[in-house]
Design a binder for this molecule. Structure first.
Ligand code: URA
Length: 197
């Protein structure tokens, strides 16, 4: 199928990518890039920040501790993981899970942009403030950016190259690893997705 081929091509490009130092770091460690996984015709696409250690060892997004929380959140909204598409802003792990650098976002973000253009979701869900900022700016609502503590769970109407869509920022699931009460906030926010599945 055409979609599968186009997404596969992104994988080949990331494997050969030399635009920032994270690819070099990945090759040195014998890790994998994490391109994304799920339904190539998903209505809902989640965009995390960057792979962690577990993800880089397996090439699967959100398969470690944050992933277990994401799975719980999806289940609480009655959404099957295989029905959505899950990816990240950066395809390679920053050393020691540090925050993404502006130049890494600039180098890597064309891949998530293309993934969105191929999948054409109705709902785009940034997970965490880095993806939130990047995607809100990309879709022309940069002026509405506020701290994620203010706008998590809000539905923003956006215009994309593939038509109207919604952008709903969520806290990054990893916040609930150490702050248990955040899991309840995230669960409440995820309930909005029931409308769109
Ligand atoms: N955190 C992310 O942002 N993405 C992953 O894939 C895993 C953890």
């Amino acid at each position: 199928m055409k979609l599968d081929k186009e997404l596969e091509k992104i994988k080949d490009e990331v494997l050969a990518c030399r635009k920032c130092s994270l690819g070099q770091e990945r090759r040195r460690n014998g890790f994998y890039p994490v391109i994304g996984e799920g339904n190539h015709q998903a209505k809902i696409v989640f965009c995390g920040e960057a792979p962690g250690l577990q993800e880089s060892k397996t090439s699967r997004p959100f398969c470690g501790a944050a992933g277990r929380i994401l799975d719980e959140l999806l289940e609480s909204a009655g959404i099957k993981r295989e029905d959505v598409y899950i990816s990240n802003l950066l395809k390679d792990r920053p050393p020691d899970n540090r925050d993404p650098l502006p130049e890494e976002i600039e180098a890597c973000s064309p891949y998530i942009e293309r993934q969105l253009e191929i999948i054409k979701p109705k709902v785009i869900c940034p997970l965490g403030r880095y993806s939130m900022k990047f995607l809100m700016e990309k879709f022309g609502i940069g002026a509405r950016i506020e701290p994620i503590s203010k706008i998590h769970g809000q539905v923003f109407e956006i215009n994309t190259s593939f038509g109207p869509a919604k952008l709903i920022p969520f806290y990054h699931p990893a916040v609930a690893i150490y702050h248990f009460s955040m899991k309840e906030t995230l669960k409440q926010d995820f309930q909005i997705l029931k409308k769109f599945k």
